[in-house]
Design a protein around this ligand. Structure first.
Ligand SMILES: [Zn+2]
Length: 164
């Protein structure tokens, strides 16, 4: 587990507020995070399969849609990545984003299987698969920092800052 909400220590949180958690709260968050990670794995795997099928049906010349491994991580600064060995990695926090935004990251990484760069060809492939991708890309730029478990729970009305 990479979750890190140390007891009595401030954690990074976008609303510039400092949150303090009790040991019990920290444990509860860890249990929840594990569940959301599992959910993220299922959701992302489903969407990867969906878009691979979509892309194959488009019969685009020279396209590659085969990957070796799908991994779900909690990277601080990236939403996804694609290695030259065909490993797709996704940030589990995408589960807290609107589903179109999660889809955009899926499409983005799948397009890297064909173009391992951010060239014009890469972006035109992304646009072919998801014509409104720019909207999702901008959403992620503007709201990405809100995608974390404490923020998500707060939006659901679950107060986890009992010990402030
Ligand atoms: Zn990229």
């Amino acid at each position: 587990m990479s979750i890190d909400y140390p007891t009595g220590v401030h954690t990074c949180c976008p609303a510039s507020s400092v949150i303090y958690l009790t040991e019990a709260e920290t444990k509860r968050l860890q249990v929840l995070e594990r569940r959301y990670r599992e959910k993220a794995r299922l959701q992302i795997t489903t969407r990867v399969q969906y878009y691979i099928a979509q892309m194959q049906q488009m019969h685009i010349e020279g396209i590659c849609t085969s990957f070796s491994t799908l991994s779900i991580r909690d990277q601080k600064s990236r939403w996804g990545s694609c290695s030259s060995r065909g490993t797709l990695s996704f940030n589990y926090r995408l589960i807290f984003a609107p589903s179109r935004v999660l889809d955009y990251v899926v499409v983005h990484e799948l397009c890297h299987l064909t173009h391992m760069n951010h060239s014009k060809d890469f972006w035109s492939l992304v646009a072919r698969v998801m014509p409104d991708y720019k909207q999702q890309k901008h959403w992620l730029r503007d709201h990405g920092q809100e995608l974390n478990l404490p923020e998500y729970l707060r939006r659901q009305g679950i107060d986890i800052t009992l010990d402030e």
